[in-house]
Write a protein that binds this ligand. Structure first.
Ligand SMILES: [Zn+2]
Length: 191
């Protein structure tokens, strides 16, 4: 941040009185510009047919990670709820209509100032299509997932936890869990 969004004066990075960390402060109008983490919300859209479960992934048409595969997800907007964000991002990126189920994963990514949430979801039909931020959209069974071409560690963690829960539920019953993880630093693409 270089200029105050209130008065356009250059801002200074300093610790305000009674605070304990540096903030962008406008010394002309006194505004303290707090910066806080952003929410990234997505879904795990599932299609089940003949007992075979497949998950919808999008190949990114934008940076970062152009050409890599991701679950449909994106930044939450003001004036919307987390479930509204999941539905909207899934429609925008994959043209897919879904029914949402429970929250499945919550991943802190402190080094990029983000928190990622993914909801389980069922595709309502197969009329999906790539949105402008996707090159293609495709259903993948677990053994077909392009693990080495997954865009973000949070997506890899979420997919691995999802298929692990699915296998456990099929073998012994039970429920999907809520998976939390702190991703402290960039990981290898294959993680
Ligand atoms: Zn100002």
């Amino acid at each position: 941040m270089k200029f105050c969004s209130e008065c356009a004066h250059p801002v200074s990075l300093l610790i305000p009185p009674d605070d304990n960390r540096p903030r962008f402060v406008c010394e002309q109008c006194g505004t303290i510009h707090y910066q806080n983490p952003k929410m990234v919300i997505g879904s795990i859209p599932v299609w089940e047919e003949d007992g075979k479960i497949r998950v919808l992934l999008c190949k990114r048409a934008i940076e970062p990670r152009y050409g890599y595969w991701t679950l449909p997800a994106g930044f939450m907007e003001n004036n919307e709820t987390t479930t509204e964000a999941a539905l909207r991002e899934t429609f925008e990126e994959a043209g897919a209509r879904i029914q949402l189920h429970g929250l499945f994963s919550m991943l802190n990514v402190p080094h990029v100032h983000q928190v990622h949430l993914f909801y389980r979801a069922t595709l309502l039909d197969l009329d999906y299509q790539a949105g402008i931020e996707s090159l293609e959209v495709e259903l993948f069974a677990e053994h077909e997932i392009p693990w080495s071409d997954i865009a973000f560690p949070t997506v890899g963690h979420t997919l691995k936890a999802f298929f692990a829960d699915m296998a456990r539920i099929r073998a012994e019953g039970g429920q999907y869990g809520l998976h939390t993880e702190d991703i402290r630093k960039p990981m290898r693409q294959t993680d």
